[in-house]
Design a binder for this molecule. Structure first.
Ligand SMILES: Nc1ncnc2c1ncn2[C@@H]1O[C@H](COP(=O)(O)OP(=O)(O)OP(=O)(O)O)[C@@H](O)[C@H]1O
Ligand SMILES: [Mg+2]
Length: 479
């Protein structure tokens, strides 16, 4: 997704005020009714309408007039709110070129006032996640309400927390610098993903270093879950750095052993097929396939049998740190459900045809959004309003007016009030989000059409699209 940061210069304080008002309104509404945006933003002389038009022009909000007139944030609107927060905190002073397009993220270079090059990772869950539509539907069915923006925020929160905790334990990871909404700021790793390397001087050492990392992580109670050639960086001295941690899970997760073994198998295959080094034939290796159960029982014995409160074995110290960083057990549970669904999805995908596995979500902005928790935490919400008191006042209005508006919608037929109040984490029960269901259905229709097109007229892979994307973020922008 293109991030046109030059638009930041064109946006006024009022525009950001209204964008923040939409974000706050989304705490209680999937689509925020215009009167609610107006009452939160409290701009005079129709200022809110003017700003909404401007925001819509730049695709920072999405307009919908199905059941009532309203707006919701797009990923780009969310990007801008996070960027502005980083600028206001002094964490960054500029954005550079896009250096990576991940499965579920866009990665940019950024600079700070010392001129250091940093990495800004914007999480974009939902971009490719509906590849295995059926699995995802099953997953959604068990969620009360759902939001990709909310999951992206959790993902960023998780990545930041894990990166910080692992860094403090001496793991080779980038330095976690800042986090806001769905964005994580980290130090630049001077190297390349090992998937881009065709030959290493010392494969035995590189393999051993990577496996040691996986083992040490299991010893502190974690499984990476995506520890493969795409998420291990290697530098010119063949030192490795791990990246990409939002999906990490506890060793006590029911799927932990399966995912640990899957990570190791992927790595072995990569070394065999791409680096032409077969760990299974190297007798000098200490360990080719670490035994997950043995690591867990050894390390739990070493810690006196766990946390003592019936919690996760080996999780004591990390749990304390993760809680302190705001990444709570509930967040981890939600994310690990997403990981488990993803893992099942990938396996189904692998079993299905190659064509299908390359399918993608066509319209990245066409995401279903939002839920109560998705509007951002106390940390997130005030990002774009300068004055503290004004921010608090806006937050109070958002709560108060939303309640009144929900009641009004209840009288008006209740359909959208249901969407608005069936919030993630509020009751934990109930039907899946109707918008998500609709979206999944329309996505599946698009996918079927796309497959028909492919059958009729040759293959149209996502490669060119990705290349286009990579080209899209070029140039440097100083705030
Ligand atoms: N700290 C960093 N320093 C340098 N490059 C980085 C850093 N973090 C990420 N990148 C680059 O961005 C790419 C994508 O990052 P990352 O793996 O974290 O995202 P992702 O969405 O999970 O991607 P994928 O699904 O492909 O694994 C990486 O392959 C790497 O090239
Ligand atoms: Mg990755």
């Amino acid at each position: 997704m293109k991030l046109d940061v030059s638009v930041l210069r064109l946006l006024s304080k009022d525009d950001f005020r209204v964008l923040t008002a939409v974000e706050m309104g989304q705490r209680n509404h999937v689509i925020v009714p215009i009167p609610l945006v107006e009452s939160i933003a409290k701009l005079k002389w129709g200022g809110t309408h003017r700003c909404l038009r401007e925001l819509l022009k730049h695709k920072l909000v999405h307009h919908e007039n199905r059941n009532y007139d309203g707006y919701r944030l797009t990923y780009m609107g969310y990007d801008y709110l996070a960027l502005r927060t980083f600028v206001q905190r002094g964490s960054i002073t500029g954005i550079g070129r896009q250096i990576g397009v991940g499965k579920e993220s866009d990665v940019f270079e950024a600079t700070n006032e010392d001129g250091d090059v940093l990495i800004l990772k914007l999480h974009r869950l939902g971009r490719t996640s509906f590849r295995a539509v059926k699995t995802k539907r099953d997953y959604l069915r068990h969620r009360n309400s759902f939001s990709w923006l909310y999951l992206s925020r959790l993902s960023a929160l998780g990545e930041y927390a894990f990166m910080k905790a692992l860094g403090q334990r001496g793991f080779p990871v980038p330095e976690a610098l800042d986090q806001n909404r769905h964005a994580v700021l980290m130090s630049l790793v001077k190297g390349y993903p090992i998937v881009q390397v065709h030959r290493v001087q010392n494969p035995n050492k590189v393999y051993t270093d990577i496996i040691r990392c996986a083992v040490r992580m299991a010893e502190v109670g974690l499984v990476h879950c995506d520890f493969n050639e795409f998420n291990v960086m290697i530098d010119d001295d063949e030192e490795i750095t791990m990246i990409d941690f939002p999906q990490m899970i506890s060793v006590r997760h029911p799927n932990a052993k399966h995912l640990f073994d899957r990570d190791i198998e992927c790595l072995i295959k990569f070394f065999q097929n791409k680096l032409h080094y077969d760990p299974e034939e190297d007798e000098s290796l200490e360990c080719v396939r670490p035994d997950f159960d043995e690591i867990v029982s050894r390390s739990s014995e070493g810690q006196g049998g766990g946390t003592g409160d019936g919690g996760d074995v080996c999780q004591g110290p990390l749990d304390v740190e993760l809680s302190a960083s705001g990444f709570q057990a509930r967040d981890r549970k939600i994310l690990s459900e997403h990981v488990a669904a993803d893992a099942r999805g990938s396996e189904e995908e692998a079993a299905s045809s190659g064509e299908e596995s390359e399918d993608n979500v066509d319209d990245e902005d066409d995401i279903p959004a939002y839920d109560k928790s998705g509007g951002g935490s106390a940390d997130d919400a005030p990002a774009s309003v300068d004055d503290d008191e004004a921010r608090r006042e806006m937050a109070r209005r958002a709560e108060g007016v939303a309640d009144a508006s929900n009641q009004q919608e209840g009288r008006d037929g209740g359909k959208d009030a249901e969407l608005g109040t069936q919030a993630f984490g509020q009751s934990g029960q109930g039907a899946p989000h109707k918008e998500v269901q609709q979206w999944a259905r329309s996505h599946q229709r698009r996918r079927v059409k796309k497959q028909q097109r492919l059958k009729l007229g040759g293959r149209n892979t996502n490669k060119s699209k990705n290349e286009k994307r990579k080209g899209g973020g070029g140039g440097e922008f100083v705030f």
